[in-house]
Ligand binder design. Structure first.
Ligand code: DGY
Length: 323
């Protein structure tokens, strides 16, 4: 039997590739520094594994008559044309759950770093080598404990963030389309309309998936509701925040700071004005980037892809065709 033709868009661990080789002829893009040429590669494929949010458009899918499965290494699949997959009966898988705690850890890391000036401290001591005497009056931050956290988008990651925030004795507000009475009861967190959440929170973290509805969910009007002392953390998707409005809010003192793990576009242009601001901290989309979690994600993506190619039930399906 001939092997399934598969393209993997960024390097994944070799031992996982090896597990697929009995059934698949694998072409794995060798680098993350150059965008994978999916449009050039897709025509003969049976399976595609995407690992870097590269767009997989309806036009690309239309050129691949044998395509049976698209497997995303990640929970977010906004870069894949879901409707095109559905129409063609292509299986679509992702990797939910496994990355929630890791991404929640990163959310707290961003929040704490922004609140306590960790990056500026590193800059001061190790980059500029300016720590030549002890100065008790520099780099004062703002307290995290006993403040209010507003979580926008209360899915698995939001839930994991709430649990961590409670360890810091924070009051936790959340906003979500469908209220979670069970989580309110379990954790003692409070549902809030977005407007109130933005007004009342000292820290606002974003965890919504990207959709038409959530694009620029946080813009000029929403930033204007936030406290001048508030810090915004975006670990969801870059376009959830209007970057022009964010720049204005940060430079005018409308809000105190922002910590972004995601930007629009990604990578953010190296000349983007946000990069020059001292009250912004930007990480290169590291939410789930730990050895343990990224390895598990690649394993789940492999399991999804193999199941889709074999015509079986995907263990972590977004779209499961009726084969
Ligand atoms: C996800 O899982 O969607 C993260 O953004 C990493 O790709």
């Amino acid at each position: 039997m001939s092997k399934f033709k598969v393209f993997i868009t960024r390097p994944i661990p070799q031992e996982i590739v090896a597990q697929m080789e009995a059934e698949c002829e694998i072409d794995m893009w060798h680098t993350s520094a150059i965008l994978p040429p999916i449009a050039e590669k897709i025509a003969p494929l049976d399976g595609l594994m995407t690992y870097g949010h590269e767009p997989v458009s309806a036009e690309m899918i239309a050129t691949a008559p044998n395509l049976k499965a698209v497997s995303v290494v990640g929970v977010g699949y906004d870069h894949v044309d879901e409707d095109a997959c559905r129409e063609r009966g292509i299986a679509l898988g992702h990797t939910p759950g496994v990355l929630s705690d890791t991404t929640a850890d990163m959310t707290m890391a961003l929040l704490l770093s922004a609140a306590r000036n960790i990056v500026s401290a590193h800059q001061h001591v190790q980059v500029a080598r300016e720590w030549t005497y002890y100065d008790p009056n520099i780099l004062w931050g703002t307290d995290v404990h006993h403040t209010t956290l507003g979580i926008v988008g209360m899915g698995r990651i939001g839930y994991a963030v709430a649990r961590r925030a409670l360890g810091f004795d924070m009051r936790v507000l959340y906003h979500k389309r469908n209220r979670r009475h069970d989580w309110e009861e379990e954790l003692g967190i409070e549902y809030a309309e977005l407007e109130y959440l933005l007004q009342a929170s000292d820290f606002v973290t974003l965890h919504v998936p990207l959709s038409e509805e959530t694009t620029h969910l946080i813009g000029e009007a929403e930033l204007a509701l936030m406290k001048p002392t508030a810090i915004l953390v975006n670990i969801a998707r870059g376009p959830v925040v209007d970057h022009g409005a964010l720049y204005e809010a940060l430079t005018s003192g409308q809000i105190a700071g922002a910590a972004l793990d995601v930007t629009e576009p990604e990578p953010i242009n190296t000349t983007h004005p946000l990069l020059g601001l001292e009250n912004v901290l930007i990480a290169p989309h590291l939410g789930s980037a730990t050895v343990q979690t990224r390895t598990k994600m690649a394993t789940m993506a492999m399991e999804n892809l193999l199941a889709g190619l074999r015509g079986e039930q995907l263990p972590y399906a977004v779209l499961q065709p009726a084969w």
